[in-house]
Design a protein around this ligand. Structure first.
Ligand code: 5GP
Length: 194
């Protein structure tokens, strides 16, 4: 999506370890107008899929999830990252290993907000090696919920998450796919149909 790629080129910063920082519009400050436009793309793609919930993971997925869910007229549920201590029986839980942050954490979703009646659109800000998304899939599996698709703002196509999820049969829509980043700040995008 051209407006997102232009924004990444203008404001994104490449950090060591293949980390792309987009704090100025997605991960710290939020460009609400831009995020609303990204949400419209997910809405157009998935509006006929009978989606009942948009599921994301805190914190940076929440904005794009809300932009999408507002148009779909369904609630957003965000999985919470926890420290494992007091997890009761009233939640679905799975463990996610974060490559970016170099640690593992549990994610939980209350059984009250996800059930086998739900058809879910999974949404997140980044897709890298895919552990966060696979964690959300595991939560949906525990709930017996269906998964209509996966919407990603920025996929790092040189990491394996996108290929894994597509191979698993999921319909992954990534609004920008970064195929390479150089230390000098150069960012290359995969060509996609608008
Ligand atoms: P994965 O589990 O696919 O490796 O990583 C996905 C999660 O890690 C996303 O929820 C995102 O918060 C974070 N992440 C992964 N790579 C990047 C990156 O290059 N930049 C930023 N800002 N976050 C990233």
């Amino acid at each position: 999506m051209k407006i997102l790629e232009d924004k990444i080129l203008k404001e994104g910063k490449v950090f060591p370890g293949n980390v792309l920082k987009v704090d100025s519009f997605l991960n710290h400050q939020i460009d609400v107008e831009l995020i609303d436009r990204l949400g419209e793309v997910f809405y157009e793609k998935y509006k006929n899929k009978n989606i009942t919930k948009v599921l994301t993971i805190e914190a940076s997925g929440i904005a794009i999830a809300c932009a999408t869910a507002r148009l779909l007229e369904v609630p957003v549920v965000f999985a919470k990252k926890t420290q494992s201590l007091n997890i009761g029986n009233d939640v679905y839980v799975t463990r996610v290993s974060s490559f970016t942050h170099g640690r593992d954490y549990d994610v939980t979703v209350s059984r009250n907000y996800l059930t086998k009646e739900d058809i879910v659109l999974l949404v997140d800000d980044f897709l890298a090696i895919g552990n966060a998304m696979k964690g959300l899939i595991e939560i949906c599996d525990q709930a017996g919920a269906g998964i209509a698709g996966i919407g990603i703002c920025i996929e790092k196509g040189f990491q394996k998450g996108g290929a894994d999820l597509r191979q698993m049969g999921y319909d992954v829509t990534s609004l920008a796919i970064v195929d390479g980043m150089e230390d000098d700040g150069t960012i290359n995008f995969r060509e996609q149909e608008e």
